[in-house]
Write a protein that binds this ligand. Structure first.
Ligand SMILES: [Zn+2]
Length: 267
């Protein structure tokens, strides 16, 4: 009698993320173990998948880093069962966005507030308070609570949070920020953060035009005071992100390096 030992050690998404919106599962089919990924989110994700193998041969070099578009599932690799018993011990991580996004560095973003009004910069690129690492090229606009926030570029709303009224001056308050995340046509993402409670007036899936009113600024999350945090970025791999040094158009001309303390008029 042939005895087949099947050991599948699968580590599911909830160990790494707060939900199961991205899953990677293995299934034995004949001579193979097929690994499938599923992304239930309305945005692209980049996943890194790694596994230790015994008596299995992968058709791809591990780890594999791959992009899954919104609401998609696909086979990501298959493993040949060289002999029984075999063992597969897998883990994966994911982050929002596509690693393949190509940012157009000549694009001129609209300042994200009411036309003809001015706001000053409270933190620019490489800001010491919080604009380093994955947030390197974020910009903070000194906007009072309840100020109108406008889309800086056309995009599709892919994620929102609006229920928080919590804030604090340290990193552990990051998760308390209300935000809008938009995906642009080049697959880069923009986040508009620290919006006031119920200060989001767009829905996930909605196509938004540059200059459209999308919400109201506030001081939720990791902040010292009310402001709008704006950043354009993409995924690098399944773990990290990279932001882009964007340019804005203003009445004062093109802003390629927002200066702390300086005011700019939206146009
Ligand atoms: Zn910021």
């Amino acid at each position: 009698m042939k005895r087949v030992f099947l050991f599948l050690f699968l580590i599911f998404g909830f160990l790494f993320a707060s939900d199961e919106s991205v899953t990677v599962k293995a299934k034995k089919v004949g001579e193979y173990v097929i690994v499938n990924a599923d992304n239930k989110n309305p945005f692209s994700v980049t996943i890194i998948y790694n596994a230790s193998l015994e008596n299995l041969k992968s058709n791809q070099k591990l780890p594999v880093v791959f992009v899954m578009h919104a609401h998609s599932s696909q086979e990501i690799l298959h493993l040949h069962v060289d002999k029984n018993p075999f063992k597969l011990k897998a883990n994966y991580k994911w982050t929002i966005g596509s690693k393949d996004a190509q940012h157009n560095s000549n694009y001129l973003y609209r300042l994200p507030y009411k036309l003809g009004t001015k706001q000053s910069i409270t933190q620019g690129f490489n800001g010491l308070f919080s604009h380093y690492g994955t947030s390197q090229y974020a910009v903070d606009f000194n906007m009072k609570e309840g100020s109108e926030v406008y889309a800086a570029r056309d995009g599709k709303v892919v994620d929102i949070k609006y229920d928080s009224n919590v804030s604090g001056p340290t990193r552990e308050f990051e998760k308390n920020a209300n935000f809008i995340i938009m995906e642009h046509s080049d697959e880069t993402l923009a986040t508009y953060a620290h919006l006031e409670q119920n200060g989001v007036i767009v829905k996930v899936g909605e196509q938004v035009k540059r200059g459209q009113l999308i919400g109201y600024s506030g001081k939720t999350g990791f902040v010292n005071g009310a402001h709008l945090h704006f950043i354009v970025y993409k995924a690098v791999d399944g773990i990290t992100r990279a932001s882009f040094p964007i340019k804005f158009i203003s009445q004062e001309g093109i802003i390629s390096q927002p200066i702390v303390g300086q005011s700019y008029i939206a146009e």
